[in-house]
Ligand binder design. Structure first.
Ligand code: SF4
Ligand code: SF4
Length: 419
C-alpha cells in the first residue's frame, strides 16, 4: 500500500462549489457509452430533437442513450473517445428550447412504482453503474434479483486517489445519494446496505438522514483508511467486509456515489442520463474544479470553462493517474463513464523512457497481492497472474519505467484466450 496524498494536491480540492459548464454548441454523443457495447441509433441526419430525446438503444442490455441538448442531428462521426478508442458518435448542433436544464421539475414519489417498473425506468434513462468498469445498472439489478443478492455495498470515496468525484458527490448530495441507494436496494430486495466511507470524514449527516429513510433495510457503515491506496476495489471491500461483518451474506454488488445520485435523478426527477459531474485537475489547467457537464461536451470546451491552460499539457489523463487512460485529442467528448480529467504539464510528469529491469525488487515489495511482477513479465510464475488486482502500484515504483501492469494484463488476456 502507498499513501494516497502522493497523488493529489490537497490545495486543489479546497473548493466547495460545483460549477456548471456552459451548454455546448456542438454535442458529440458516443454510441458506446459503456466503452464496450455499441448502441443502435434511432435518429436520422437533420432530424430535429429535444433535450433528453432517445437517440440510440443498446440491443444487448436495452440501455439507452439520450440527447444532452436540443437541436439538429448534424451527422454521425467516427472519433476519439475517452477510453482511448475510436467510436461512432452522433453530432448534434444545439438549438431550441431545453426540456430539463433550468426547468423546475416536480418530485415523483418513486415508492408508488413496483420494483420491476423502477428497474425498467433505470434502463429507459440509460443509467450505468460506474463503480468499476461501466456496466448497465438495470442488467445488474435484474441479475441481482434473480440470484437473490441480499447485500448492496456503496463506496462513498474514489477508487483512484488522484480525483475526488465520488467523494464530492457523496458530501454535497448526501440526501440524494442515500435515497438513490435505497431505490436500488429496495428494488433488488436487498436486506442490507453497507456504506464504505473515508475514516477521516464525519458521517453525521448520513447517520441522521438514514434513520428516516432506511426502515426495513439493515444499514452498516464501514470506515476505510482512504489515505492508503489501494483501498476501494471490489476485492479490497470484500476483504474488509469479511473481517468486519463475517455474518453478512455478501455477494459482490457494489455501486458508487455517482451511480446512486444518477438513480435518484432518474426516478425522482425522471431525468435521463444526460450530464456528469467531473473533477478537472492538474498543474496545466488554470482553475481546477468539479464541474457539471453535458454528455457529449468536448474536452476543449471544458478547458475553456476552467480558465484555459497554463501551458500545453504533456498528458491528458482520463479517470485518474493510477488507473486512467491518456488521450491526445482535445475534441474527445465526455461520456457517462468519465469521472475525472487531469491535465499534467511536462514538469508534473516524470521521464517515461523505458529501461531494462535493474532487479531492484520494488515492484515485488509494493504488490499488495504479493506477486513478483518483474518475474511474471519474464514468463515465470504465470500461475499467479490472475491474482493481480490491477492496482497498478508496480508501475508507479519502477525506476526503469517498465509498464508492468500493462504487460501483466496482456499476459492475462493471452492466457484467457488460450483456455
Ligand atoms: S502485479 Fe498487479 S496487483 Fe501487483 S502491484 Fe502490479 S498491478 Fe498491483
Ligand atoms: S521495479 Fe522495475 S526495475 Fe525494479 S525489479 Fe521491478 S521491474 Fe525491475
Amino acid at each position: 500500500m502507498i499513501r494516497s496524498d502522493n497523488f493529489i494536491n490537497t490545495k486543489e480540492i479546497l473548493f466547495s462549489d460545483l460549477h456548471c459548464a456552459s451548454l455546448p454548441n456542438l454535442a458529440k454523443i458516443s454510441l458506446c457509452q459503456d466503452g464496450i457495447n455499441i448502441a443502435k441509433p434511432i435518429v436520422r441526419q437533420f432530424q430535429k430533437i429535444e433535450e433528453g430525446q432517445l437517440l440510440a438503444i443498446n440491443e444487448l442490455t436495452k440501455d439507452t442513450i439520450h440527447s444532452s441538448v436540443p437541436g439538429t442531428v448534424l451527422g454521425f462521426e467516427y472519433s476519439a473517445m475517452p477510453n482511448g478508442k475510436q467510436e461512432h458518435s452522433i453530432v448534434i448542433e444545439m438549438s431550441g428550447e431545453f426540456s430539463y436544464s433550468g426547468k423546475k421539475t416536480e418530485e415523483t414519489n418513486w415508492t408508488i412504482f413496483s420494483p420491476t417498473s423502477r428497474i425498467e425506468k433505470i434502463s429507459e434513462n440509460g443509467i450505468l453503474n460506474t463503480f468499476d468498469n461501466p456496466v448497465s445498472l438495470s442488467s445488474q439489478m435484474i441479475n441481482a434479483r434473480k440470484s437473490g443478492i441480499t447485500t448492496l455495498g456503496i463506496r462513498l470515496f474514489d477508487d483512484d486517489p488522484s480525483y475526488i468525484t465520488d467523494g464530492f458527490i457523496a458530501k454535497r448530495y448526501n440526501t440524494e445519494v442515500l435515497e438513490g441507494t435505497r431505490i436500488i436496494a429496495s428494488s433488488i430486495n436487498a436486506k442490507n446496505v453497507v456504506f464504505f466511507y473515508p475514516e477521516k470524514n464525519s458521517l453525521t449527516q448520513f447517520n441522521k438522514n438514514i434513520i428516516d429513510l432506511y426502515q426495513s433495510i439493515n444499514v452498516e457503515f464501514i470506515p476505510i483508511r482512504t489515505e492508503y491506496y489501494p483501498c476501494g476495489t471490489k476485492k479490497n471491500l470484500l476483504k474488509i467486509l469479511s473481517k468486519k461483518l463475517p455474518n453478512l451474506d455478501f455477494s459482490d454488488f457494489f455501486i458508487d456515489a455517482t451511480t446512486a445520485y444518477n438513480v435518484y435523478k432518474s426516478l425522482v426527477f425522471r431525468t435521463p442520463s444526460i450530464e456528469s459531474i467531473i473533477h478537472i485537475s492538474g498543474d496545466a489547467i488554470r482553475e481546477p474544479k468539479c464541474i457539471r457537464v453535458k454528455i457529449g461536451t468536448q474536452l476543449k470546451n471544458i478547458i475553456v470553462e476552467c480558465g484555459g491552460l497554463i501551458e500545453e499539457p504533456e498528458k491528458v489523463i482520463i479517470n485518474g493517474l493510477l488507473k486512467g487512460i491518456s488521450i491526445t485529442d482535445f475534441s474527445t467528448p465526455i461520456t457517462k463513464y468519465v469521472k475525472a480529467i487531469r491535465l499534467v504539464s511536462k514538469r508534473g510528469f516524470p521521464n517515461q523512457t523505458v529501461n531494462d529491469c535493474i532487479r531492484c525488487g520494488r515492484c515485488q515489495s509494493i504488490c499488495p497481492e504479493k506477486l513478483q511482477p518483474q518475474n511474471i513479465i519474464s514468463g515465470n510464475f504465470l500461475n499467479t497472474v490472475f491474482q493481480c488486482s490491477e492496482c497498478i502500484l508496480c508501475n508507479t515504483v519502477c525506476p526503469s519505467r517498465i509498464p508492468l501492469f500493462q504487460k501483466i494484463k496482456l499476459i492475462k488476456e493471452k492466457l484467457k484466450n488460450e483456455k
